[in-house]
Design a protein around this ligand. Structure first.
Ligand code: DLL
Length: 435
């Protein structure tokens, strides 16, 4: 039997014209659903002088007001619910490190469509029902574990609900149960690779062929590193709790950006300062409108993720618009000495100089002057206690960072294994100026 390369070909390969028609139809219905059932958003529309009759097609999308994380907090916990509570069958939630947690609600229909989105991602990474999928994203309130779990289940693959943690056991299961697809955060994938090497195992000792990694920003350099240490192809996957979770977009074999499931989500790029909609190819803030969500239907939700969209033809045959790897979040971006710094830029320099992605960025301010320090681990192969050698390596990195960022950073090399590893999303920035 020929290998299935799409999970839902009609949608993944629809013509632009058909997709826009479908989006327009769904948008009209969704706006009415929200108007009828979400008083919070109805009030926002009324304030902006817009009513459902003004939305006749996707071309009218710009007329609708934005929703932001602040709205979600205002409306916490049930203020944006689009169905009676008794119709919801599940919730998920963000980790809520800053302020109140964001809660996403799901009807059974919402869960079914979410599983389709994740199954599309698995198929795009080459998975079939014959694969063994190890899901090592956290299970529980975080969407990663159950999202990929349901997608893998829908595809009919044997699903190992590992969750994160117990790294030695993860490796044992991959080897003994012959897992072929791994789903986890990229930082955890890197840690699994590192632990495998310490256990004296090489990529040839495990049957993995693909990994579906997301939930945090990761660079192309980190992708190459993970692909080498685990002997796999590493695919990116994007999503957020507010819009279901993973599977809003996913990468295909071309590995040049993630196809957005446009039949379920309309994507826009806006200028984060003015809210103006930007043309295809421009960099800005990603905004999504969920077209099918019943329980938590968000219109024009501002993600704060900075990225670009492209409709360039993809060799995989999918026509779904592609988004770049998000460069970071507007709220991740550091302003150091007046210069915009994204952690992902620092990561690129480190990996290009042969380091792994084990680093911390420390920003501080003394006497009104900002300072930027990058602490990075030496790899076991490069480890040395020769001071001149360490100093020379540090200087190399200072120069590399200066060229990338335009400002000087202090670089401190530390011994292997001194920076804490993450089983979920890595925490890489300590901004002491906010404390
Ligand atoms: O991280 C959902 C997810 C789980 C995505 C597993 C992929 C895989 P939240 O915890 O709500 O949801 O965080 C959402 O994480 O707005 C981005 O800033 C970031 N993010 C998610 N995926 C990527 C990615 C999940 N592939 C926030 N690249 C988003 C870069 C990502 N950033």
């Amino acid at each position: 039997m020929a290998k299935k390369i799409y999970f839902q070909k009609d949608m993944e390969c629809a013509s632009l014209e058909d997709m826009r028609k479908l989006q327009s139809e769904k948008l009209i219905k969704q706006v009415q659903h929200v108007w009828d059932n979400v008083p919070y958003y109805k009030a926002k529309m009324t304030e902006d002088g817009v009513c459902p009759e003004d939305i006749k097609s996707i071309d009218d999308l710009y007329k609708l007001p934005f929703l932001s994380k602040a709205d979600l907090r205002d409306a916490y916990p049930y203020g944006l619910l689009g169905v009676p509570k008794k119709e919801c069958v599940r919730i998920h939630s963000t980790s809520g490190t800053t302020g109140k947690r964001v809660i996403g609600f799901y009807t059974q229909h919402d869960l079914d469509l979410w599983a389709d989105c994740c199954a599309r991602a698995l198929v795009a990474a080459g998975a079939t029902s014959e694969d063994v999928v190890q899901v090592s994203y956290g299970y529980g309130l975080f969407t990663g574990g159950m999202g990929l779990h349901d997608g893998s289940h829908k595809l009919g693959s044997m699903t190992i609900p590992m969750s994160s943690g117990s790294t030695d056991r993860q490796i044992m299961f991959i080897r003994d149960l012959e897992a072929t697809v791994l789903c986890c955060t990229p930082s955890y994938a890197a840690y699994l690779g590192e632990t495998m090497a310490e256990m004296g195992m090489s990529p040839d000792d495990i049957p993995l062929k693909a990994g579906i990694f997301g939930a945090e920003a990761w660079s192309e350099e980190m992708r190459r590193d993970i692909e080498k240490t685990l002997g796999i192809k590493a695919y990116d996957i994007y999503g957020l709790t507010e819009l279901s979770g993973p599977g809003v977009s996913f990468e295909c074999e071309e590995q040049t950006g993630m196809h957005i499931n446009e039949d379920h989500f309309i994507a826009e790029i806006i200028d984060p300062d003015t809210g103006e909609v930007l043309p295809e190819g421009a960099e800005g803030e990603l905004v999504f409108t969920s077209l099918d969500k019943e329980a938590f239907p968000l219109l024009r939700y501002r993600t704060r993720d900075i990225c670009r969209l492209s409709r360039k033809k993809c060799s995989c045959g999918r026509t779904l618009v592609k988004m770049d790897k998000p460069k970071g979040r507007t709220d991740d971006m550091l302003i150091v000495k007046g210069v915009n710094v994204f952690p992902s830029q620092i990561e690129t320099v480190l990996i290009n100089h042969g380091y792994a992605a084990n680093y911390v960025i420390i920003v501080d301010r003394k006497f009104n002057t900002d300072s930027l320090e990058v602490q990075v681990e030496m790899t076991p192969e490069m480890f040395t206690d020769s001071v001149p050698e360490i100093e020379s390596r540090q200087r190399e990195l200072v120069d590399g960072l200066k060229a990338m960022l335009g400002i000087k950073a202090k670089v401190t090399l530390v011994a292997p294994k001194t920076i804490e590893r993450s089983e979920g999303k890595a925490k890489r920035v300590i901004d002491k100026r906010n404390i």
